[in-house]
Ligand binder design. Structure first.
Ligand code: SAH
Ligand code: MG
Length: 196
């Protein structure tokens, strides 16, 4: 397992795959353990790095992860096979905004896909969150650029960072969820449903 993790980190480095930072996945794994989380949905598998680590926290975790890029999906399947967690992890090769889920719900939803779509992912997938469940989103600082979008010259990048800034506002103003923003790794947000 440790060998596979190292191998995936190396592959990610070589092929510019933006896997989660160590500090962030360590935080999430601890969260999973402390909150006794058993069912997880991940939006954005890439090569399966975060999926494999999250699923490794305990034997009775089930995780579904969604990836729309074919090369990464194939690499993800390969890595899950190597991890011997095929029974625990399901990979869907699809755009997460087009997936049709029925009759399922999750203790934890981890959003780590196209950063400009976070509000759409949140709005869609909050309906599949168990009572007392949590939505965690990665890259909330986006390499330190969030909060400074007006200084960014490239239009595409500026618009992307603005979308993350809008997502922060959306979370702050959300009547249904409480959100904590953590300066861990590239920034994490942790949203839990308010109790009424
Ligand atoms: N969670 C991974 C990293 C994911 S990188 C890890 O930490 O190990 C983000 C991934 O999201 C990319 O592989 C990208 O192809 C995928 N992605 C982006 N938008 C998506 C969408 N709408 N549906 C499914 N996958 C998406
Ligand atoms: Mg990420």
């Amino acid at each position: 397992m440790q060998g596979l993790i190292k191998e995936m980190e190396h592959y990610a480095q070589e092929n510019n795959v933006p896997i989660i930072q160590k500090e962030s996945i360590v935080y999430i794994m601890k969260y999973i353990k402390e909150h006794n989380i058993k069912s997880i949905l991940e939006i954005g598998s890439a090569i399966g790095y975060s999926a494999i680590l999250m699923a490794s926290v305990s034997d009775d975790i089930k995780l579904t992860t969604i990836e729309r890029d074919q090369t990464r999906y194939m690499e993800c399947l390969k890595n899950i096979k190597k991890s011997e967690m095929e029974k625990k992890i399901t990979v869907l090769y699809q755009d997460a905004l087009e997936v049709n889920l029925t009759g399922v719900s999750y203790d934890l939803i981890f959003i780590d896909a196209a950063k400009g779509q976070n509000i759409n992912f949140f709005e869609k997938y909050k309906n599949f969150l168990n009572e007392g469940g949590t939505i965690i989103t990665d890259n909330m600082d986006f390499h330190g650029m969030v909060g400074k979008s007006s200084e960014i010259e490239s239009k595409n990048l500026r618009e992307l960072v603005q979308k993350i800034e809008n997502y922060i506002e959306y979370l702050k103003n959300n009547d249904e969820f409480n959100t904590e923003f953590l300066s861990i790794g590239d920034g994490l947000s942790v949203s839990t449903r308010k109790e009424d």
